[in-house]
Design a protein around this ligand. Sequence first.
Ligand code: CP3
Length: 356
Amino acid sequence: MKNDRFLRALRREPVDTTPVWLMRQAGRYLPEYRATRAQAGSFMGLATNPELACEVTLQPLRRFPLDAAILFSDILTIPDAMGLGLYFAEGEGPKFERPVRSAADIAKLSVPDIGTKLRYVTDAVSLIRRELDGQVPLIGFSGSPWTLACYMIEGGGSDDFARVKALAIEDPASLHRLLGVVTDAVIAYLDAQRQAGAQAMQVFDTWGGMLAPHLYREFSLRYLQRIAAELPRGEGADAAPLILFGKGNGPYLEELAATGAEAIGVDWTVSLGDARRRTGGRVALQGNLDPSTLYANPDAIRAEARRALDDYAAANGGSRAGHVFNLGHGMAPSMDPEHVRVLVEAVHEVGATPAA
Ligand code: CP3
């Protein structure tokens, strides 16, 4: 591995500078992504073609000195493999042809055969690992059980996720049955990605933070705990750490740090200093610049990056170890690639200096 500072940071070992990668670093803000996407014809055409998925995974790394690659795919591949029929209506985001709408629909769900139905994902992982040739580590990922349940029950994105929230309080036993099957699938899926070559694994709990605390603990956290406890990480030099990212997970950092996950990803509504104090150095922390920062000018971007880096280090005894820099959520299509360069370079520059 030519550049292992991302994996070192996840192990909370000293690093020459703070590693940085960005959620959704491959995507529509890059003209070369839009060109490959047009060639593929559709998002799923791109995601299911290992050569093209590999190409778009590598595109941001050719432009910027990022410290990790993330598999190009989507969190909704699992429900698609369960037979829900994923499609992307032009300009409308993801949708399912057959959403889960009843206890009878839930009873029919089973863990998909990863080796056949999701072979395109593990093939992409193997190919990307080969093409990366040790340049930087490769991250595999999955949606969290709760976040996948949100899309499976709504049939797509939603402003309020009212259907799944109503089910949670009206028929919790049915939702737990769904979450149990989905959790089994998430564990098998991440394990298959690791065996195909993924060197770290991130779970995206995008929608856990919209739940009332008692419902978060029952329907989101409980299944993150199961994943952290049951997911194999591999041995020795091949060990792949687990990162639990959650939008709006700030209230639950102590509980997330106690799950046994190696790292917690946080959004910008919690300060990294507070996150570090509350988790007591038991986990690495990843985050957490507000993505909208990238719409500001280069000097403002540099100042915000420095502030986040120093906030962490000040709470970590003056050391930058155990911090992976990232945004607090994903890149948006309207962002300027040149501002991404400014951010990545600023993180490396500040991360190599003693903490203020
Ligand atoms: O980070 C990366 O570079 C890896 C690729 C990645 C994508 N989706 C590619 C993608 C990852 C990690 C995801 C995860 C994902 N997908 C999440 C969790 C992360 C988060 O943002 O919280 C969620 C909720 C989804 C579901 C999803 N897929 C949505 C809501 C959309 C539509 C987004 C939009 O702006 O239209 C997708 C499609 C999608 N997944 C795109 C990309 C680059 C855009 C589709 C396109 O190219 O037409």
